[in-house]
Design a protein around this ligand. Structure first.
Ligand SMILES: [Cu+2]
Length: 163
């Protein structure tokens, strides 16, 4: 039995050995402060992955549950629904909001206040290399603030990678 367990451990290590934490970058994660009585919040962020990957899960100690949502207009109403995974193309910055997605935090343990940060753990499946967890923090902006956009330097980087 002990030998079997050991073999399993080595195998897992081998499968993960070609993906590194720095291969997936999360930038500009933010959420709005919650209004009184609001116990859910949506989070936007930008993901850049060196390898083809898929975002397959999210969690936060600040909320009972967290999920990846898509937003679509249906019959004149904006509807959101949970999606199981989101493909991240290699080497391109993918902004959740621009792609019609957001992370949804549900059952917030405390209201979100401007200036706080919210810890998030994103789970990715990276090609055949297995699962990878990436931690980030979303900054909380004022309820009425406009959506932050990537700075000029970030945009230039994005363009260079796309050509
Ligand atoms: Cu949502």
């Amino acid at each position: 039995m002990i030998n079997l367990f050991r073999f399993g451990g080595l195998l897992a290590l081998f499968l993960c050995s070609s993906a590194y934490a720095g291969d997936i970058q999360i930038q500009n994660a933010w959420a709005r402060a919650t209004a009184p009585g609001q116990d859910a919040a949506s989070v936007d962020l930008t993901i850049t992955s060196k390898h083809a990957a898929a975002l397959v899960g999210v969690s936060s100690p600040a909320a009972e549950t967290a999920a990846l949502h898509s937003m679509q207009m249906e019959g004149g109403m904006m509807r959101m629904r949970e999606v199981a995974s989101l493909d991240i193309p290699p080497g391109k910055a993918l902004n959740l909001r621009a792609s019609g997605h957001h992370l949804m935090l549900m059952g917030l343990k405390e209201p979100l206040k401007e200036g706080q940060t919210v810890p998030l753990t994103l789970n990715f499946r990276v090609g055949k290399m297995g699962m990878m967890k990436v931690k980030t923090r979303a900054r909380v902006i004022a309820l009425t603030a406009p959506a932050p956009v990537m700075g000029n330097s970030g945009d230039q980087k994005m363009n260079m990678k796309m050509h």
